[in-house]
Design a protein around this ligand. Sequence first.
Ligand SMILES: *Cc1c(COP(=O)(O)O)cnc(C)c1O
Length: 230
Amino acid sequence: MQPVTPLAALLSRLDNAARLPGRPAPRLLAVSKTRSAAEIAALAAQGQRAFGENYVQEALPKIAALRGQGLEWHLIGHLQSNKAREAAQAFDWVQTVDRPKLVAALARHRPPQAGPLNVLVQVNIDAEASKSGCRPQDVPALAEAIAAQPALRLRGLMAIPAPDPDWARRRAAFHAMSTLFEALQAAHPEVDTLSMGMSEDYLDAIAEGATMVRIGSALFGPRPAKPQEA
Ligand SMILES: *Cc1c(COP(=O)(O)O)cnc(C)c1O
């Protein structure tokens, strides 16, 4: 018998979690911040394609080292406008678009030969003052602005609800995202991605309709305590 890898075990848990609500298994985004190009390559060799990075500066050398392997790179950390050019050139997806200025900057800097950049609107669903993400009521206008840019492709929504030990509050935040996502789909039928859920809470996110989960430590093992700065 083949040994069960952490990747295979996780994919099977995602598949099972989607059965009860009767949905397709969500896509797995492997969150590779603080992980080396070699660790990423090892997971890619097992079939994992999509990887998420938080910092543009940390990601660029890994993306360069693994070029030509058909990997898909997602930026999931806060993006400063002065890094928009590098992000638009190197990434396939930016999940953290939360203001009009960023929409314009990403569109301006996306190289035409790369095809449209996939974009998610990041929503600050639990109104945490310290976090990025737009207000729920700002989603429609931001989505319009993205959809109007040929260099960008609106794919959906992303959120990072605060870790909450209370099950009902956790579910309520994911549920609010699901409701926003349905409203967005009514206006933009092409959107297909609701990115929510991490190692500690992905089962709740899937139960509430996540189509993509972003998982780091449950896949690679615990991270070193202090993440690298950009
Ligand atoms: C680090 C991170 C994750 C993954 O976190 P884990 O708890 O390691 O699964 C997911 N999304 C974002 C935005 C992150 O910064």
